[in-house]
Design a protein around this ligand. Structure first.
Ligand code: IPM
Ligand code: MN
Length: 327
C-alpha cells in the first residue's frame, strides 16, 4: 500500500529540492501518494494564511510530512517560523529533532538528538514598557522533566544501536537551573543504560571539538537552541549545509513525523536551479527508514555518498542520484 505523505514545498529553493526528493523516491520504487500543501511565506503574503488548525488535524491521518523550506524576506521574522514550522513541531509533538552528520571523506559519523519542543523555543517571555527608554524584554527557556527525559531516553536508545557512546552538551557552569535538570536527568537515565558510555561537553567546547576532533562523537543530546546552533556547525564541518538532513520525530507515532533539510529557503539562489537537493533527498531517506522502507533508504544514502552524483545544479544532481537507486 502506498505511503500517504503530506508535501510542503514551501518557499525559495524548497519546492526545487522537494521535487528532486520525490523523483528519487519514485526511482527507488517506493509507492508514495502525495498530498500537496501550499504553505509558507508566499502563501501568507497572498492571503494571510499560515497554518490553520484544520490542516494540522488533516495531517494527523497521514503517514509522514516532507517539507522543503519556509520563510521569505518580505515577511517579518517569526511569523512563519513560529506560526508554521514550530507549530508543526509542537502540535504534532515532534519532540526529537534527529540530525545525522556523516562525511565519508573524513571520520565524521555522529548524530545530534536535539530536543524539539521546549527550551528557548517555547515562547516564554514578553515585553515590559515596550518602545520606551526603560523597555525590558525577557525570553525564558522552558525545560520540563518529562520533555528532557524523553529526549535523553531516545538518545540513549540510539547510542545503543550505534557505537554505544552518548555525549550530553549543555552549559551547566552558567545555566545552573536548566543545566542542572538536564545533567541530573542524564545521570539518572544513564543508570538504565550501563552498556552506553557517557560524556559531557560544555557547548562552547563542543564547538571546538566539532571542528578539531568530530570523530570523538557518536550520539549527542542537547537542548533546542544549542542543538539548532550546533547542527549548522555540524553541517559546515561535514561537507556543507547542502548535505545536512533532519527528521522531526514523534517516536511514539501518535501522529506523522516530519522530514526536512536543515537548510533554509535561500532566497538568494531560488529559481536558479543551483541548490543542492542532497539534504532534502537524505531527509527523504530518513523518512523512508521511518516508514519501514529500509532497502530503498539504504540505496538512496549510498547514491548520495557517491561523489559522482554531486554535480552542479539541482536537477542534474537529482537525476544522478535517481539513476543509481533503482531497486
Ligand atoms: C532549523 C531552523 C529553524 C529552527 C528555524 C527556521 C525556525 O533554523 O530547523 O534549524 O531554528 O529550528
Ligand atoms: Mn537551524
Amino acid at each position: 500500500m502506498a505511503h500517504r505523505v503530506g508535501v510542503i514545498g514551501g518557499d525559495g529553493i524548497g519546492p526545487e529540492v522537494i521535487a528532486e526528493g520525490l523523483k528519487v523516491f519514485a526511482a527507488a520504487g517506493v509507492a508514495i501518494e502525495t498530498v500537496d500543501y501550499d504553505l509558507g511565506g508566499s502563501r501568507y503574503l497572498r492571503d494571510g494564511v499560515v497554518l490553520p488548525d484544520e490542516v494540522i488535524e488533516e495531517w494527523r491521518g497521514l503517514d509522514a510530512l516532507f517539507l522543503g523550506a519556509v520563510g521569505t524576506p518580505e515577511v517579518p521574522p517569526g511569523v512563519i517560523e513560529r506560526g508554521l514550522l514550530l507549530k508543526m513541531r509542537f502540535d504534532l509533538d515532534l519532540y526529537v529533532n534527529l540530525r545525522p552528520f556523516l562525511f565519508p571523506a573524513s571520520d565524521i559519523d555522529f548524530m545530534v538528538v536535539r530536543e524539539n519542543t521546549e527550551g528557548a523555543y517555547a515562547g516564554e517571555g514578553g515585553f515590559l514598557r515596550k518602545g520606551t527608554p526603560n523597555e525590558v524584554a525577557t525570553q525564558g527557556s522552558v525545560n520540563t522533566r518529562m520533555g528532557v527525559e524523553r529526549a535523553i531516553r531516545y538518545a540513549f536508545d540510539l547510542a545503543r544501536e550505534r557505537r554505544g557512546h552518548l555525549t550530553l552538551v549543555h552549559k551547566t557552569n552558567v545555566l545552573t537551573f536548566s543545566g542542572d535538570l538536564w545533567e541530573r536527568t542524564f545521570k539518572e537515565v544513564a543508570a538504565d543504560y550501563a552498556d552506553v558510555e557517557t560524556a559531557y561537553n560544555h557547548v562552547d567546547a563542543a564547538c571546538i571539538y566539532f571542528v578539531d576532533s568530530p570523530e570523538r562523537y557518536d550520539v549527542i543530546v542537547t537542548d533546542n537552541l544549542f542543538g539548532d546552533i550546533l547542527t549548522d556547525l555540524g553541517g559546515a564541518v561535514s561537507g556543507g549545509i547542502g548535505l545536512a538532513s533532519s527528521a522531526n520525530l514523534n517516536p511514539e507515532r501518535t501522529g506523522p513525523s516530519m522530514f526536512e533539510p536543515v537548510h533554509g529557503s535561500a532566497p538568494d539562489i531560488a529559481g536558479k536551479g543551483l541548490a543542492n537537493p542532497t539534504a532534502a533527498i537524505l531527509s527523504g531517506a530518513m523518512m523512508l527508514d521511518f516508514l519501514g522502507e529500509d532497502a530503498a533508504a539504504g540505496r538512496i544514502r549510498a547514491a548520495c555518498a557517491d561523489p559522482d552524483t554531486q554535480l552542479d545544479g539541482t536537477v542534474a544532481t537529482g537525476d544522478a542520484i535517481a539513476e543509481r537507486v533503482q531497486g
